[in-house]
Design a binder for this molecule. Sequence first.
Ligand code: NAD
Length: 353
Amino acid sequence: MQSIEANGYSIFFNEIGYERINQIIDENKYSSIFIIVDEHTNEFCLTKLLPNLAVEIPIEIIEIEAGEVVKNITTCVEIWSILSDLSADRKSLIINLGGGVITDIGGFVASTFKRGIDFINIPTTLLGMVDASIGGKNGVDLGNLKNQIGVINVPKLLLIDTNFLETLPQKEMRSGLAEMLKHGLIFDKNYWNQFLDLKTLNFEDLDQLIYRSVEIKNEIVKQDPTENGIRKALNFGHTLGHAIESHFLESSSPLLHGEAIAIGMVLESFISKEKKLISNTDYLEIKNTICNIFDKHQFSENDIKSILELMIHDKKNEYGKVQFALLNGIGKTTINQEIDNKLIINSFEDYKN
Ligand code: NAD
């Protein structure tokens, strides 16, 4: 598969990516390599990566716990301290091997350690491949508020090796699918149409679907790296989705990122329909397709109240106003939309039915 040019780095697919990584390590004369993993990517992915690294400099592994609950500044302090104890210097390289949690934390740690050292992203989840590792957003949560602390900074290289997906649990695959559906909904109706009947898809189609998803995300980010305009379209489903994810983060049954975004997309499609931006037929197609893939979630009145409050902290808010990216037909979006709470409450009512 052809590599894809991003803003200031390239995205490589499968074997060729490992060759490029070895070249980059050689050309940049790094002093040492630190691979950040979580407990699962240490077990399932590291053994696939290490034989492909043809380097003679020291390699250290830094393992953190898995999951969103560790995506916070305490974990960053732990990693910075390990780097420091192991004498990492400005010529050290960090390789982030994991899902969105690892690339978000690892990118942030690398961007801030000694005012910034180089990093490479190797996403190992579907969500990481099609979304989290692309576009330069790195950072951590603040309490249960998502992604409040962070920087925009790009990796030296991004390698997508779909072989890592062999060990990824089904639930996590579905979570990544949510962002692929979003890419179709906001940017490419033909791409969306391919997901209408998942039974017709097989594993061989997956590589191509991932490739197109990466192209879409990259295309949008390239046009607007710092999110002043078109990049906000990527937030479709996320204004409510992030608040839903935050609300359930510390509950006994937290939602995966993609699961929360899937619900957010149904709710925000309802709002798009009520604003006469999409037809009722389009809305029902979106709702049915998403609800066929993702289990329905129950929301009490208190849940909805707390979700509305959490929305106030959304990163996209400007001048204290909550801003939505809504669909403007399937495959198109309109950004900076202010929405009454009443309409949001109605969207939860409709989701229930
Ligand atoms: P994750 O990183 O928590 O990974 C999900 C689970 O899969 C973890 O338990 C992990 O250990 C395990 N895992 C990873 N790779 C595996 C493999 N190959 N085999 C077996 N198990 C494996 O979650 P995620 O869904 O990848 O990412 C979610 C995060 O991404 C959220 O924090 C979200 O905010 C962030 N995100 C960031 C951006 C961005 O632009 N920076 C965009 C979207 C999402």
